[in-house]
Write a protein that binds this ligand. Sequence first.
Ligand code: ADP
Length: 405
Amino acid sequence: MMENKEELARIITAENGKPLKEAQGEIVYSASFLEWFAEEARRIYGDVIPAPAKDRRVLVLKQPVGVAAIITPWNFPSAMITRKVGAALAAGCTVVVKPAEDTPLSALALGELANQAGIPAGVYNVVPCSRQQTAAVGEVLCTDPLVSKISFTGSTATGKILLKHAAGTVKRVSMELGGHAPFIVFDSANVDRAVAGALASKYRNSGQTCVCTNRFLVQKGIHDEFVEKFAKAIEKELHVGNGFDAKTTQGPLINEKAVEKVEKHIKDAVSQGASIVTGGKRHSLGKNFFEPTLLSNVTTKMLCTQEETFGPLAPVIKFETEAEAVAIANAANVGLAGYFYSQDPAQIWRVAEQLEVGMVGVNEGIISSVECPFGGVKESGLGREGSKYGIDEYLEIKYVCLGGL
Ligand code: ADP
């Protein structure tokens, strides 16, 4: 069936609208987790601990947690599955995957690939379901005593529901929840680099990733130049259209609800004094297409700086001091990714250590990769995925005491 990566990428573009080039990137990213964890499986080391008594020996074994329920979102329909399933299978767990209702096809395509790869029947299971059935299926997966582990990526609101379900049988949980990423540009920054990073971090996947920048904080001295160059880059480099057209960089948003949220954030900001620098409305293509938008004169009172937009909206807040920027960045109940641009080494250390997030990009706008631990603090979640840490989410530690020796 699926003979090459190209076919898998086309499935992603067909089901979630992202440009084919981004979908191709996702397939490489998705495959990287299977490769990485296949290798990590060989390094699930136990331990031998010096015993507290002469006639004892102490061992530590690592064992699979058991059946893992895996609930994934629509924005990376393939990679969000393999980031979890790769680690789970490497640890020795079987999985039941419930993909997002908008994007079940990649999950099913992975099932076909699992068959082709010789994964035994019953190890990788997929339960696609309708929007109406999602809550009920989710509840079964998260309360069934046969399930030992829940790994979820999605909104903080849904994550909290699943945590409550998990409490009844005290399941192990990993939660990758919403973010509200700040992107701080200090006066010392290289503006052109900051603009390139801003464009990538904000508009990848039309702003629909949990690590996409949600608010820009730009220092007074560099503010006007940054806004002007950012607007020019948006107008020149971003092309809204059908994901299958080669020049498209911005596909449609996932559904009408997503478009309404972006509209609501813009309307609220403008009503409180924000200025539209570029974009600002639904795209002339209609349906779920939206213009990449840049707002200036934004304040922390506006909705777009208080909650995740999850769309192509870049609000810019002007600040004066480093302490002010860090305080604004940290005034959130979530903390997934954070970015800042500075060329001052002391400031780089200070700010990297102070930001209350799980991942920091310093002079970089795209930081996710298989080698690096992905995850958040505060209400952005529990646990880490990818990297050498990701496999621990699916392993139990068993201590064995050999006595009477
Ligand atoms: P988003 O807002 O990004 O769509 P959601 O948290 O609603 O985020 O969705 C992420 C995943 O969680 C999807 O697979 C969705 O079907 C699932 N989901 C949504 N609500 C529930 C629920 N009540 N129980 C279980 N899964 C749910």
